[in-house]
Design a binder for this molecule. Structure first.
Ligand code: IMP
Ligand code: MG
Length: 173
């Protein structure tokens, strides 16, 4: 399977440094709870966090959507909930990619009722203009097209998460 590089490791590193600085400014004087959505976001969480100069804590959620594997149904099952209470805390969700937005939309709804002081989203990739629900994303590293991408945490059938860059799956035909 050939994979065409789309965003290099260097570009990712520079952009995450910039977003990390922005987050450090925006939340100056506050404590932040970073929440990564497993599994894809583990890599962006680790690298972004190293550029955030604030008192931070970390938590993780795992979700899976019901139904077909390539399209999200919007009905999400929480496989692993947060360990932390979030009431009154500043929560920043870290995502690998936002496609239809349905997964995140569901997550946001289920977290908002727990009354965090603030709830924002940082994502590495945003598939531009194809969201099926309006989502307000505060930090976007790279807007991309609708193509299926892998690497830097993102998988195809469980593989390629370890690539240090983001690439587009090649056509096998
Ligand atoms: P949603 O459509 O925004 O709900 O996306 C749900 C999930 O689909 C994302 O968190 C990813 O795990 C996965 N996904 C969407 N697009 C891609 C892609 O291009 N490559 C790898 N995974 C993707
Ligand atoms: Mg994901």
């Amino acid at each position: 399977m050939d994979i065409k590089p789309l965003i290099t490791a260097d570009e990712i590193d520079r952009k995450l440094a910039e977003i990390g600085r922005q987050i450090s400014e925006d939340y100056a004087g506050k404590e932040l709870l970073l929440v990564a959505v497993l599994r894809g976001a583990f890599m962006v969480m680790a690298d972004l966090a190293r550029h955030i100069d604030l008192a931070c804590e970390f938590d993780f959620m795992a979700v899976s959507s019901y139904g077909a594997s390539t399209q999200t149904s919007g009905v999400v099952r929480i496989l692993k909930d947060l360990d932390e209470e979030i009431e009154g805390r500043h929560v920043l969700i870290v995502e690998d990619i936002i496609d239809s937005g349905l997964t995140l939309n569901y997550l946001l709804k289920s977290l908002k009722v727990r009354k965090p002081a603030s709830l924002e989203i940082a994502t590495l990739l945003l598939k531009d203009g194809i969201q099926r629900v309006p989502i307000d994303v505060k930090y976007v590293a790279f807007p991309i097209g609708p193509e299926f991408v892998v690497g830097y945490g993102l998988d195809y059938a469980g593989k390629y998460r370890n690539l240090p860059y983001v690439g587009v799956m090649g056509d096998e035909s």
